[in-house]
Design a protein around this ligand. Structure first.
Ligand SMILES: *[C@@H]1O[C@H](CO)[C@@H](O)[C@H](O)[C@H]1NC(C)=O
Ligand SMILES: *[C@@H]1O[C@H](CO)[C@@H](O)[C@H](O)[C@H]1NC(C)=O
Ligand SMILES: *[C@@H]1O[C@H](CO)[C@@H](O)[C@H](O)[C@H]1NC(C)=O
Ligand SMILES: *[C@@H]1O[C@H](CO)[C@@H](O)[C@H](O)[C@H]1NC(C)=O
Ligand SMILES: *[C@@H]1O[C@H](CO)[C@@H](O)[C@H](O)[C@H]1NC(C)=O
Length: 368
């Protein structure tokens, strides 16, 4: 997080006002329903008009940004399509994705509708970048201009088009690019550590990850050999563990883990670069090494030490998003079966590891 300040740098930020709502009702379900109703009322009343402070602009002193978000992924769709349910937001001017670690300024976010239409209302005056990401596509969007919000004014940025990173057609993919690991295999908890609260109707199945100690299940499911994924045969919902964690060796030590992706190529363009996209949903004290076909070769890529988001230890399913685009030279590949080795090399910390969001191999662009 950016919380560094230079000497004499002025800074202030308003937190709140904060509402504490105490209710009473005959049953827990009614308490919950009433609390949700009250929350909807509060959301409608925001920003509150009773606050009297120069640091708290009222509704008429704030501005609005509207627009429509589209996506153009050349190897997936011939034309631009609606940025369905995109997340669109304003934060201090920066680089694409920089809002994730920015907290000195104010941020304003909303979800676009099915047609990519979005409205960000009640934005404090100032300069912002417009950021977005959209489920189903990798990477981060940033609008090319700084957006200046002025009191009472509405800005329409019109149709804006995101072109996610893409070098060639998809050869295989694992998971769904949605910035979480929720679609992967989430094990049953250790029966002695099981929290009943998270097992029922009000908690959808995609919340299976909210159990204590799931990281430890890796050593139980893979006591000696690490995960091997066969593209076209394996199913990421069952065969891709939700986090690449360390393994307990049984003698009190921990071991690094190497996962393999086995894939078949009918033809190889020896002279071109293939592109491996590795999108991470979270990372903690990890270093991810990528090797191709030779388990003991020099890695073609390493992330270096990354991640302090602790999603693994805190029963989360995502932390900060990271996208790596790795050139895989055609001469490293062969006709027939190939293997990509993913090694998480750090094991000093019990919670070292990564959660993948999505992986994809693209052919060189000339193979269209
Ligand atoms: C916003 O940006 C413009 C143009 O760079 C600048 O003149 C103005 O002072 C900025 N406003 C704020 C509030 O930072
Ligand atoms: C969960 O829901 C099922 C079916 O609605 C019910 O039979 C079961 O008792 C519930 N379990 C808990 C722990 O609440
Ligand atoms: C290639 O991998 C597939 C599974 O991914 C396996 O069934 C097949 O036997 C392998 N072929 C060779 C030649 O190793
Ligand atoms: C612990 O077990 C692992 C895996 O069997 C082995 O590689 C390692 O050398 C052992 N360490 C100690 C200190 O016994
Ligand atoms: C392939 O990738 C390497 C490493 O990034 C780069 O140096 C080289 O120029 C690329 N070759 C082609 C044909 O794009």
């Amino acid at each position: 997080m950016n919380t560094t300040y230079s000497s004499k740098e002025p800074w202030k930020k308003v937190f709140g006002p904060v509402l504490v709502y105490l209710n009473s009702a005959p049953t827990p379900d009614l308490l919950w329903t009433d609390a949700k109703r009250q929350m909807a009322t509060e959301v409608e009343s925001w920003p509150y008009d009773f606050v009297k402070s120069v640091d708290y602009p009222l509704h008429h002193q704030r501005g609005t940004v509207k627009g429509q978000f589209f996506v153009m992924d050349s190897h997936k769709n011939k034309t631009k399509i609606f940025g369905e349910f995109a997340f669109v937001g304003l934060a201090l001017p920066g680089k694409a994705g920089s809002w994730q670690t920015e907290n000195k300024g104010y941020q304003f976010w909303t979800g676009a509708d099915k047609m990519g239409m979005f409205t960000l209302a009640n934005v404090r005056p100032g300069n912002y970048s417009l950021y977005a990401s959209v489920p189903g596509f990798i990477g981060d969007y940033i609008y090319e201009h700084v957006v200046t919000i002025t009191p009472g004014k509405e800005i329409n940025v019109g149709p804006i088009v995101y072109e996610p990173p893409r070098n060639g057609p998809t050869l295989w993919e694992i998971g769904v690019p949605d910035r979480t690991a929720a679609e992967f295999y989430i094990p049953d908890p250790n029966p002695t550590l099981f929290t009943k609260l998270y097992l029922n109707h009000s908690n959808p199945p995609q919340h299976r990850f909210r159990q204590y100690g799931l990281w430890d299940r890796y050593s139980v499911l893979y006591p000696r050999n690490d995960l091997i994924y066969h593209t076209g045969v394996s199913d990421y919902k069952k065969d891709w563990f939700y986090a690449q964690v360390i393994r307990k060796a049984g003698n009190g030590t921990h071991q690094a883990t190497t996962w393999q992706i086995v894939f078949n190529l009918k033809a190889v363009t020896q002279t071109g670069n293939y592109t491996l996209r590795v999108a991470l949903a979270a990372a903690t004290a990890a270093d991810l090494l990528v090797r191709v076909n030779e388990a003991n070769s020099e890695p073609i890529f390493t992330t270096g030490l990354i991640g302090r988001d602790n999603a693994i230890a805190r029963h989360g399913i995502h932390g900060l998003y990271k996208l790596y685009s790795i050139d895989v030279h055609g001469k490293l590949l062969r006709v027939g079966n190939n293997t990509i080795f993913l090694t998480q090399d750090r094991c000093a910390n019990l919670f070292s590891g990564v959660m993948y969001d999505y992986l994809r191999l693209e052919a060189p662009s000339e193979v269209r």
